[in-house]
Design a protein around this ligand. Structure first.
Ligand code: FSO
Ligand code: SF4
Length: 542
C-alpha cells in the first residue's frame, strides 16, 4: 500500500505498512482500484457528454459515493469496497456500448479494464499513487483527486436532500478523467487544480442551498453539552438527512438523540429544534471517539467519516450508513431518496443505560451567513470603532496529533480585539474555552460543518462589499487553517479560487505536495505553514 492523502500520514511522507488511521493494506489497495475504475467510468461518461449524450443522475451519484468511500476514515470494509468496484465495472461496460469504436480507441486503459473479484487484488497493486512516475505530475494528480473527493462528499450530502448540479458532476468526472491523461502538462494540471476550486465553491453552494431549504438558516443557538437520564443514540458525521430520519423515528420513544463531532451544527438549524428528544452534543471531535463512544453507553450511528476503528467494548453498538462502513458494524441503508429504517438502533438504545455525563454547560454557535448578515451593522460598527481589529479564520479539522494543541494556544494568545471565524471540527480546539465577547459578539463565531466554510467566504465577500474594497485580501481577515482530510482540500482550493492569499496551513503541509508544486502555491498564493504561536501571532496579527 501507499497512501499519503491525509495530514496524519506516517512520517509526514506516506503510510506503507498500514494506515495511521487504521486502514489495512488490502483495503488501501482496493480503494486505489475503486478510484481507478471510477476514473475509468468518468472517462466514459465524459466521452458520452462530449458526444451530446446525457448521463443519468444514478451514475453521477455512483461516482460521488465511490470517491466519498475512499476519503480518510470513511470506509474500512473490504467487501463493501469490492462490491462498489464490481458495480462500477458493470455500469461502465454498459455505457461503453453507447460509444463508437473510434471514441473507444482513444479512451484510457482505466476505462477499458475489466476484471472479476478474484483479479481485483492483483490489479489494485498496479494502479496506486506511485504508478505515476513524475513526482510533480503525481503530486498534482493527487491534489486534484483529493479535492474532487471532498467535492464528491459535499455533492453526496446534497444528493441526499434530492439536490443535484449536473455542471458540478460533469466537471468532477471530466477532471477525474483528466488525471489519467498523460498528455496534460504541469501547467495544465495547475490550471485544473484552480478550476476544481471554482467547482468547490459551486458544490458547497449546492449543499448550502440544500441544507437551508430543508432546515432553515442556522441561527445563534446554545447547545447543551450535558446529558439527560434517558437512553440515547449518538449520531456523528455530516449527513443532516440521516439525522432528520433518526429524529422522526425516535420521537415519542423515550430515546434521546445526541450529536457528536461534526453533527454538532445540526442544532443551529431551526427545523431540528422542534424535536424535544434532540438532547444536545456529547463529546468532542472525531478522534476522541474511543473514550466518548464507550462512556455514551448507547448505540452510535456514523453517517460519514471520521470513523476511528472501534474498541470491542462498543463495536456492537456502532452502526454505519451511506458511504461509510466498518467490518463487523451493521450497515443500514436505503435506495436513493427512500427512508432508512433505524428501528434496530432504536430498539438497542431502549435496552442501554443513559449516557455517562462527561461535561456540563452549553456552547454557542450558528453564525452561518444569514445570521452574520443579520448582525452586519453591529459587526461593521465594531470594525469601524476599532473594537474588532481582525478576524482570524481558523476553520478546518481537528486531529490526534499533539502538535494540534498549537490551535488552542493560538486561540488563547490572540489579542482580545480579534474574532475567530470557524467551521469544521477544528473548533473543538477552542469552542469550550471562555474567550469572551466584543460588545456582545462572541469571539468565536462557529458557522457550522467544514462545508460551511462556504459561509465564511460569503461573509468575507459581504464585508468586502460593505467596506467598498476591490480585493478580498484588503479586509482585516487572516487565515490560519488546520487540515486533516480531503474535504479540507476542496475548501482550500475554493479559497484559492476566490483569490484569498497568504493562508497559513497546518499543523504540517500535505505530504502529497512535491517541492515544485509546493513552490507554485507559495509563490502564487503565499501559502505558508505554521511556526510557533508567538511568531505566528506576530506575522498574522502584527
Ligand atoms: Fe472533521 Fe473528519 Fe468535517 Fe473532515 S470530522 S475531519 S474536514 O471529516 O469533514 O471537519
Ligand atoms: Fe495513512 Fe491517512 Fe492514508 Fe490513512 S488516510 S492510510 S492515515 S495517509
Amino acid at each position: 500500500m501507499f497512501c499519503y492523502q491525509c495530514q496524519e500520514t506516517a512520517g509526514c511522507s506516506g503510510c506503507t505498512m498500514s494506515g495511521v488511521c487504521g486502514k489495512k493494506p488490502e483495503v488501501a489497495n482496493l480503494q486505489d482500484l475503486l478510484v481507478y475504475v471510477t476514473k475509468g467510468l468518468s472517462a466514459v461518461t465524459t466521452a458520452l457528454r462530449n458526444d451530446g449524450k446525457e448521463v443519468s443522475e444514478n451514475i453521477n451519484h455512483l461516482v460521488s459515493v465511490n470517491l466519498f468511500t475512499t476519503i480518510t476514515n470513511a470506509n474500512f470494509d473490504y467487501y463493501a469496497i469490492s462490491e462498489k468496484i464490481r458495480e462500477t465495472i458493470f455500469v461502465k461496460e454498459q455505457l461503453l456500448g453507447e460509444l463508437s469504436e473510434d471514441v473507444k480507441a482513444n479512451l484510457p486503459e482505466a476505462a477499458l479494464w475489466t476484471g472479476t473479484e478474484d483479479e481485483f487484488d492483483a490489479k489494485a497493486k498496479t494502479v496506486g499513487i506511485l504508478s505515476t512516475e513524475n513526482e510533480d505530475i503525481r503530486s498534482l494528480r493527487e491534489l486534484i483527486t483529493y479535492g474532487l473527493k471532498g467535492l464528491a462528499a459535499y455533492s453526496k450530502h446534497a444528493n441526499a436532500l434530492i439536490r443535484d448540479n449536473e455542471e458540478v458532476d460533469a466537471f468532477l468526472q471530466k477532471a477525474l478523467a483528466d488525471t489519467l491523461d498523460d498528455s496534460l502538462s504541469v501547467d495544465d494540471l495547475v490550471a485544473l487544480t484552480l478550476e476544481a476550486g471554482k467547482y468547490g465553491v459551486a458544490g458547497m453552494a449546492l449543499l448550502d442551498e440544500a441544507n437551508t431549504a430543508a432546515y432553515g438558516n442556522p441561527e445563534i443557538t446554545q447547545v447543551n453539552i450535558g446529558v439527560r437520564n434517558n437512553p440515547g443514540i449518538l449520531i456523528s458525521g455530516h449527513d443532516l438527512k440521516d439525522l432528520e430520519m433518526l429524529l422522526e423515528q425516535t420521537k415519542g420513544t423515550g430515546v434521546d438523540v445526541y450529536t457528536h463531532s461534526e453533527m454538532l451544527p445540526a442544532h443551529y438549524y431551526p427545523f431540528f429544534k422542534k424535536y424535544d428528544n434532540f438532547a444536545g452534543n456529547y463529546g468532542n471531535a472525531w478522534w476522541k471517539q474511543k473514550e466518548e463512544f464507550a462512556s455514551f453507553n448507547g448505540p452510535i450511528l456514523m453517517t460519514t467519516n471520521c470513523i476511528v476503528p472501534p474498541a470491542d467494548s462498543y463495536k456492537d453498538r456502532m452502526f454505519t450508513t451511506g458511504a461509510c462502513g466498518y467490518p463487523g458494524c451493521k450497515h443500514i441503508d436505503s435506495e436513493y431518496g427512500q427512508t432508512k429504517d433505524f428501528s434496530e438502533i432504536i430498539e438497542m438504545a431502549k435496552k442501554c443505560d443513559a449516557p455517562t455525563e462527561i461535561e456540563t454547560g452549553t456552547i454557542t454557535g450558528g453564525f452561518a451567513h444569514e445570521q452574520v448578515f443579520a448582525l452586519a451593522d453591529t459587526v461593521v460598527d465594531a470594525v469601524k470603532s476599532g473594537a474588532i481589529k481582525k478576524f482570524v479564520v481558523m476553520a478546518g479539522c481537528d486531529g490526534r496529533s499533539k502538535s494540534r494543541s498549537y490551535y488552542s494556544e493560538f486561540a488563547q494568545a490572540l489579542p482580545k480585539d480579534t474574532v475567530i471565524l470557524t467551521a469544521g471540527c477544528a473548533k473543538y480546539k477552542y469552542n469550550k474555552l471562555d474567550l469572551g465577547d466584543i460588545g456582545g459578539i462572541p469571539r468565536v463565531l462557529d458557522a457550522g460543518q467544514c462545508n460551511d466554510s462556504y459561509s465564511l467566504a460569503l461573509i468575507a465577500l459581504k464585508l468586502k462589499e460593505v467596506f467598498e474594497l476591490d480585493d478580498v485580501n484588503d479586509l482585516p481577515i487572516v487565515y490560519n487553517i488546520s487540515w486533516y482530510e480531503q474535504k479540507a482540500v476542496i475548501v482550500l482550493l475554493a479559497l484559492l479560487y476566490l483569490g484569498v492569499k497568504n493562508i497559513h496551513l497546518g499543523p504540517t503541509l500535505p505530504a502529497f505536495l512535491s517541492p515544485n508544486v509546493a513552490n507554485v502555491l507559495v509563490e502564487n498564493f503565499g501559502i505558508a505553514g505554521i511556526t510557533t504561536v508567538e511568531d505566528d501571532i506576530k506575522t498574522l496579527i502584527g
